[in-house]
Design a binder for this molecule. Structure first.
Ligand SMILES: Cc1cc2nc3c(=O)[nH]c(=O)nc-3n(C[C@H](O)[C@H](O)[C@H](O)COP(=O)(O)O)c2cc1C
Ligand code: SF4
Ligand code: SF4
Length: 440
């Protein structure tokens, strides 16, 4: 059976599934139940400075978007960091760590961007026996207006400076949690590395307004007639998170920097995808909030079964394996030619593929044959875009099939070479480079 044990920057946990810093990890009661359910680790809900805690709104703090079946796809919140007393949180972290020595317990921290503030809190956290710290440079609402969270994460110089303080004043491993609210995620990641971080984690939430109440004429969630932007997460955020993880994993300047992947992870497959792109483990928030702590059971068994099927014995066997296949557009093979194929036995003749292709793609799907409703791809028009695959309501009814070398692409009349050729050497590219002749 696959070995799911995880070692992330020296922090060991029985599996790679950690709960992200958020309401599920807000207090001892939750974390105790999460560990009983099987979570490998938790990142405690972000701690703030000693003194009066922050105050949350007393009205709705969540917004959401749903798929047609009311499955929650995107989730938005205007919650701040913990609104519980620092000392109480520290006592609970200590108690949890003592009871669960085999699980990872990480303390997330956000204090003002001043050396003394970090210097003051780090020894208090270290004293709890926590395995590491995560620096919350990501929260995009409320705290960022006070010069913390994303306000730090968006300035690489601040990221580097704070990481450096944490490395200087603490012996614990430092995980720097990045905000996705930047144009190039590699810049804060490089800064964190330059500051000496042990790892980065990403993504925190994306700045967003999920909906507008058209009666109140105000963004939702609405507090007494007003709303504000909040942090977006959940399954809809996963593609953005995957891309950012992949960018850091393949960037020369951060190559090998451990990454904890976060963003929309709901199933074992989501987790495997993050890890295949280079994440050393994963963190989950929304899925636990929607389905409860026990979803980790499915994640553990699903990942374990898949690893057995594929012959992966340990997590390291597949971590980063997809990273080498992430490339820039210009290196994609322009000689790879596919056509859509409709399985007539599966087709329910709804016509959605025809409409999509006819109105917005390449007019390559006929809707009638011998006076009957019939949907079939015309190879002489099909560019292989796969729009029809994505709109067809029947799974696997339309598939993309590669044309074998030597066959003719009826659309262009060209013979399929089966060779690799990309845009860098393409005759239509005004910037093309001369193909280098192989040495004799
Ligand atoms: C209600 C809520 C509160 C959150 N609070 C924090 C926080 O205190 N500190 C932090 O680093 N991230 C916080 N997050 C962000 C999550 O840790 C996580 O990065 C984000 O939700 C993406 O993961 P997900 O798609 O699995 O939810 C919060 C998220 C939610 C939904
Ligand atoms: S792959 Fe694109 S062009 Fe070809 S039939 Fe489907 S939608 Fe039309
Ligand atoms: S969308 Fe799918 S099911 Fe509907 S007509 Fe096209 S192939 Fe058939």
């Amino acid at each position: 059976m696959a070995d799911l044990r995880n070692n992330f920057v020296g922090i060991k946990s029985p599996n790679p599934f950690w709960l992200a810093s958020a309401p599920p990890t807000d207090k001892e009661y939750n974390v105790e139940r999460a560990f009983r359910a099987g979570w490998g680790g938790v990142v405690w809900k972000t701690l703030g400075e000693e003194g009066p805690p922050v105050v949350n709104v007393n009205g709705p703090r969540y917004g959401a978007i749903w798929a047609g079946d009311r499955r929650l796809m995107g989730f938005n919140n205007i919650e701040l960091i913990t609104d519980r007393d620092l000392q109480r949180n520290l006592r609970e972290i200590k108690a949890i760590k003592m009871r669960w020595p085999d699980r990872a317990v990480i303390a997330s921290i956000m204090v003002p961007c001043e050396e003394n503030s970090w210097k003051a809190i780090l020894p208090l956290v270290e004293e709890t026996g926590a395995d590491g710290i995560e620096l919350n440079f990501g929260c995009p609402h409320g705290m960022s207006e006070r010069g913390m969270g994303a306000a730090v994460g968006q300035v690489p110089e601040y990221v580097e400076m704070v990481v450096r303080w944490c490395k200087q004043y603490s012996r614990l491993p430092v995980i720097t949690k990045l905000t996705p609210n930047v144009t190039d995620i590699r810049r804060p990641a490089r800064a964190a590395k330059n500051g000496g971080t042990d790892a980065v984690s990403l993504i925190n939430t994306i700045n967003s307004i999920t909906n507008v109440d058209l009666d109140l004429m105000a963004p939702m969630p609405t507090i007494d007639g007003k709303g504000t932007h909040g942090g977006y997460c959940g399954p809809a955020a996963k593609p953005i998170a995957l891309h950012m993880v992949a960018e850091i994993a393949r960037d020369r300047e951060t190559l090998g920097l451990p990454i904890s992947g976060i963003g929309g992870i709901t199933t074992w497959r989501d987790a495997a995808e993050f890890m295949a792109l280079g994440a050393g483990n994963v963190q989950v928030c929304t899925a636990a909030m929607v389905y409860g702590f026990k979803i980790v059971e499915e994640m553990i068994s699903g990942l374990s079964n898949w690893m057995d099927e594929k012959g992966y014995r340990t997590l390291d066997d597949f971590t980063g394996k997809a990273s080498r296949n992430v490339t820039d557009w210009q290196y994609l093979n322009l000689e790879y030619i596919t056509k859509a194929r409709i399985d007539q036995d599966l087709c329910i003749k709804c016509g959605r593929c025809h409409i999509a292709c006819e109105d917005t793609s390449h007019q390559a799907i006929m809707k009638e044959k011998d006076g009957r409703r019939h949907f079939e791809v015309m190879d002489n028009e099909c560019v292989g875009c796969n729009l029809c695959v994505n709109v067809c309501p029947v799974e696997d009814c339309i598939t993309m099939v590669e044309l074998p070398p030597g066959s003719i692409d009826e659309r262009t009349g060209r013979v399929v070479t089966g060779k690799y050729a990309n845009w860098t050497t393409h005759p239509n590219n005004p910037m093309r480079k001369q193909a280098v002749e192989p040495a004799e």
